[in-house]
Design a protein around this ligand. Structure first.
Ligand SMILES: Nc1nc2c(ncn2[C@@H]2O[C@H](COP(=O)(O)OP(=O)(O)OP(=O)(O)O)[C@@H](O)[C@H]2O)c(=O)[nH]1
Length: 374
């Protein structure tokens, strides 16, 4: 009996040892997998919700260089827009190559336009106008049909809007450009690219890092500044963004620079406290010099959600220009028309890539040329 008990106890002991060894091995494997995942996964910017975020990120070393000339940049961007996998461009091409414009062709065309975020109103307007104009000659003459389509699209994008960056300050003060938007839309990158363009135009520029919630964000901006050869005013991590923005504008006034570009932290439009903070930044800056331009960054790939964001940001900060980023990865170029109509604010720049010169001034003609592959 005792013998049986002893054997049973030994068995349980061995079982427990094996089980805990098995558990340890499982835990070790889990730990190793977590480390490997972290090494492979690209770092994602944390979502700013008002809390301080520490993020170790190595800044890139400075190399001062000059931007590509505006004309070649535009031509390259047009080519990229034309060659990007853009549903709108494809639908326009299909329409032009249809031998018969029957109801099915128009229905498909309409559906694609709505799918590209052109919006129901502008889509109906475009289709009605095209149907009327092309009904006369049809597409028997593709060159003429192409011209009609081009003209109607340009009309929709509105060539009459003033899209120049307000980069001239009043009464000898610097121009102040405030850049706002939700997380990861491309604000810092755009500030850097704009600084590059302004410096190339012979303007003196100062950067303000009002994103004080991530040290890496200010580092990223400063790297851009070093590259372009302009100073960056930054505060301590966690400092009041409005006071850093004020300091930057103040330094700009004292140094007599032409333009101060202020980068702000990305924020979700539905976080009331963060939107209030943006309003405060604007009010505080204005005590030193008026904000001459408030650029809202919209990521073209977010489609309709971008419209919702745009409305809220516009309410808080009086947006004066839209920068539509990431059009290279989007089939939703139609958002240009919708956002302009909804806000009454022009798209002033488009981003078509991550490269330093992948930002171009927006023109109705250039955009439509790009869409039609011309
Ligand atoms: N493909 C593409 N990528 C872009 C474009 N503009 C910016 N990006 C990329 O988008 C990512 C985010 O850009 P950031 O400039 O850091 O965005 P941000 O709005 O400052 O980010 P937060 O400060 O975190 O809110 C980066 O990887 C950029 O290279 C664009 O036009 N096309």
């Amino acid at each position: 009996m005792l013998g049986v008990l002893a054997v049973a106890l030994v068995g349980i002991g061995v079982g427990l040892t094996l089980r805990s060894r098995g558990l340890r091995e499982l835990e070790r494997a889990e730990r190793e997998r977590a480390i490997t995942d972290a090494a492979v996964r690209p770092a994602e910017p944390p979502v700013y919700d008002g809390e301080l975020v520490a993020e170790p990120e190595a800044p890139v070393g400075p190399t001062v260089d000059a931007p590509e000339a505006a004309s070649t940049r535009m031509a390259r961007l047009r080519r990229r827009l034309a060659s990007s996998n853009n549903a709108l461009a494809r639908a326009l091409g299909d329409l032009l190559s249809s031998s018969r414009l029957d109801a099915d062709v128009w229905d498909d065309f309409e559906a694609t336009l709505i799918g590209s975020d052109l919006g129901v109103g502008p889509t109906t307007e475009l289709v009605d106008n095209l149907r009327r104009e092309l009904a006369i000659d049809g597409v028997d003459d593709p060159a003429r049909a192409g011209r009609v389509l081009h003209a109607e699209l340009v009309k929709l994008v509105d060539p009459s809007l003033d899209r120049a960056l307000n980069d001239t300050g009043a009464d000898g003060l610097p121009a102040v450009v405030l850049v706002v938007g939700v997380n990861g839309t491309g604000k810092t990158t755009t500030v850097g690219k704009l600084a590059r363009v302004l410096v190339a135009e012979g303007k003196t520029v100062l950067l303000g890092a009002a994103d004080t919630f991530r040290a890496a964000a200010a580092d990223q901006l400063q790297t851009w500044g070093d590259r372009v050869g302009v100073d960056t005013i930054r505060g301590a991590e966690g400092a009041d963004p409005a006071s850093v923005a004020f300091e930057a504008v103040n330094a700009g006034v004292e140094r007599g620079v032409d333009v101060v570009l202020i980068d702000t932290a990305g924020r979700l439009h539905n976080k009331a406290n963060l939107m209030d903070e943006l309003g405060k930044i604007r009010r505080v800056i204005s005590r030193r010099a008026p904000v001459t331009e408030c650029l809202l960054l919209l990521d073209a790939t977010t489609g309709q959600n971008g419209l919702v964001q745009a409305r809220v940001f516009n309410d808080v900060t009086d947006v004066t220009g839209i920068v539509l980023s990431k059009l290279d990865g989007s089939a939703k170029g139609g958002i240009v028309v919708q956002v302009q109509r909804e806000l009454g604010v022009p798209v002033k720049f488009i981003g078509l890539g991550e490269g330093v010169d992948d930002l171009a001034p927006f023109t109705a003609e250039g955009f439509v040329d790009g869409l039609l592959g011309q």
